[in-house]
Design a protein around this ligand. Sequence first.
Ligand SMILES: [Fe+2]
Length: 413
Amino acid sequence: MILYSLEKIRADKSIAETKVIFLTANDFSRYEDVSKRLGVLDFISKPMYGPETLERIRKAFAKEDANTKETILVIDDDRMNLKLAEHMLKSSYNVVMAISYKEVLDFLSKELPSLVLLDVHMPEMNGFELLAEIRKLKDCDDLPVIFLTADSDRETEVRVFREGALDYIQKPFVQEVLLERIKRILSLRKLQTSLEREVERQTAELEESRRKHEILSLQVVKTLASAIDAKDRYTNGHSSRVAQYSKEIALRAGKSIEYQDEIYFVGLLHDIGKIGIPDHILNKNSRLSDEEYEIIKQHPSIGVEILKNITEMPNIVIGAHYHHERFDGKGYPEGLSGKDIPEIARIIAVADAYDAMTSRRSYRSALPHDVVREELAKGKNLQFDPDFADVMIKMIDEDVRYEMRDDGASQDP
Ligand SMILES: [Fe+2]
């Protein structure tokens, strides 16, 4: 129960870092592993005795401090300076000293310090050159560095910052200045890291939620497309096939990924107006009368009415509205011609015709592929935009195994 409560504390960001010591009258040894995982500092047995308990708490915190002390790498060619720096810093930090480039490499290959104090003047390689080498090491491009220098000229001061150090400290060291500057840099660093983590976390959350919404939108649209297709028993799956062919035409025509994704949506909904056409007309077993054909011709306008509130992707309405226009101007509902017909609708028109011809109809079976190819070729500049008709023809030519129609409606070559 108590461990369960601690789990809850650790999960709550506002109190997750709280230090915890368990008080118990029982043997807690069997909980040691899980306590370690949950960051329990110590167990204190009850009944408690004041001074002894206080001492135990003090020790637990001291041990925790030693474990969490940050490491500072001090690099200087002068052993006296190293010793002095160690002396000034060791009560607050773990201090690692390096006197040569080799020692620096050795240490940095094993561990990353929280901060580097780097002497400017060194015989083997000066501080600026050494920093350039450190930056090339794995995960060291961002390591916080403070230069140590006895120089007080402006040129050194400017160079220190230009070379990517966060600060510089004048020698000889004054302990308070050294500690304060280090403390300031480390706390800024922590703040920066936690801000970066927070931004990363929130970005990931947003991305996940965006992805979920995208999937949901696609699922809703696909469901709607199935509802449209379910009305017409001879062309089941028509909307999703038109969406797929249109996307492929767009890809081959060199359109962007965004355009391809968009035309897929547009294809799924292009015939949504059929929802408003009576079933007995859509599923009629014989050729349509003129009157019935006029009713069918209303589906683009009905589609516009249904889709008009989708303002985020205007092409959805455009696709539904103009996919029965013809390149020669003899289409419907507006009789637009040539490039006046929106491009997305010209692509859908080609995909739509291919699927219609390769679908079995109430009054005819699916047309063989060579006939479909010929119809598309004949329809260039008449029914179809010649460029997109050519793309579709190329798709047919490449589809030697007749796999484009996944339901096998057009097995005949
Ligand atoms: Fe249509």
